[in-house]
Structures are given as structure tokens and as C-alpha cells.
Design a binder for this molecule. Structure first.
Ligand code: HEC
Length: 160
């Protein structure tokens, strides 16, 4: 083996490793674990326990939205702020990395937009105290729930 060939081997290894890392990052950050859904939506494939985790979070969303609308009807922006904050980015950080790796980028983008929407709602409700403004922010955020439900479904892998 000539000295120049020997020098080139580590370079080749580095390039191959970088390629593997880039492919893994693309798979885990951008693509996720997806299949073609039956009704035109994209199916996100999760293990049964992971699907149960995400669905539980979804039910917490409806419960939170219910609380926000109830206190807004009583004109109580402080209570609305407290309820909205519980669904902010703080809640997003509870998601296990194994689940995040299976969610496609478009899904994660919409999910974070919803969490950030609740944080903005909490901040504004506290500083402005304008329930009508909070209600319009709630409508915008619910629009993102609708958008994601139109685009994705959850599915578990076929039993082995
Ligand atoms: C980033 C995507 C996304 C966002 C944002 C999102 N959801 Fe979901 N949600 C889903 C998916 C996917 C399902 C499963 C639907 C299916 O499999 O047909 C689901 C299911 C649900 C369910 C059913 C829970 C169960 O136990 O079956 C509820 C309720 C729900 N979402 C409420 C909400 C509310 C309220 C919001 C907004 C505050 C919201 N979701 C935002 C993706 C999302």
C-alpha cells in the first residue's frame, strides 16, 4: 500500500461515518416512522405504549381546552393563563426521545406550534387580561389541532 493510499483510508472512513450520521439524522429528525394511511392521511407507526402515551396527551389537550373555555366564559383571564401554561412547551419536554424520533418533522413542527401557541396565550392573558383576545388565540390554536388531525393518524406495527 503506498503512503498516499494509507493517508486516504481514514478520510474515506470519516466520509462514510458522516454519511451514516447524516442518514440517521434524516431518518430520526425528518422522516420518522411512517406508513401510508388508509384514508389519505400519513400513518405514524408507534408501539402500543407509545401510542397510548401520545393519545393520553391528546386527551389532556381537550381537557385543557375545556378548562380554558370555561374560565373565559367567566371572564377570568388569570385562570385561563394558568390552564394554557400547563399545555405550553414545558409539557412538550415530557415526550420521550424514542417517540420524538418516530414523529415526522411536519408533525413535530405542528405539535411545537400548538405548545408555543398555549405559551403565548398564557403570557397575553396575564399581561393584557383581554378574554376576547385569548379566545381568538384559542381559535387559532384549535385550527392547528384540526390541521394535524387532517394530516396524520397513529398506527401500531402489525403483530409479529
Ligand atoms: C401534531 C399533530 C397533532 C396536533 C397538533 C394535535 N393532535 Fe390530537 N391527535 C393527533 C393524531 C395523529 C391523533 C390520532 C388520530 C387517529 O389515529 O385517527 C390524535 C388524536 C386526538 C384525540 C383522540 C384521543 C384518543 O384517546 O383517542 C384527541 C381528543 C385529540 N387528538 C385532541 C387534540 C387537541 C384538542 C389538539 C389541539 C390542542 C390536538 N389534538 C392537537 C395529532 C395531533
Amino acid at each position: 500500500m503506498s503512503p498516499s493510499t494509507r493517508r486516504r483510508i481514514p478520510l474515506v472512513i470519516i466520509v462514510v461515518l458522516l454519511g451514516v450520521i447524516a442518514a440517521m439524522a434524516y431518518k430520526f429528525i425528518v422522516v420518522g416512522s411512517v406508513a401510508k394511511g388508509d384514508d389519505g392521511r400519513v400513518a405514524v407507526v408507534l408501539e402500543p405504549g407509545e401510542r397510548a402515551f401520545v393519545l393520553r396527551e391528546m386527551r389532556a389537550f381537550v381537557a385543557g381546552v375545556q378548562r380554558i373555555s370555561a374560565v373565559l366564559a367567566r371572564d377570568d383571564p388569570k385562570a385561563a393563563a394558568a390552564a394554557a401554561r400547563q399545555m405550553g412547551m414545558g409539557a412538550a419536554h415530557d415526550a420521550p426521545p424514542a417517540i420524538l424520533a418516530k414523529l415526522p418533522l411536519g408533525f413535530k413542527t405542528m405539535a411545537f406550534a400548538v405548545h408555543r401557541g398555549f405559551d403565548a396565550m398564557a403570557l397575553d392573558a396575564e399581561s393584557l387580561g383581554d378574554t376576547k383576545h385569548t379566545l381568538s388565540q384559542l381559535a387559532d390554536t384549535l385550527g392547528k389541532c384540526v390541521e394535524c388531525h387532517n394530516a396524520y393518524e397513529f398506527r401500531t406495527p402489525p403483530s409479529r
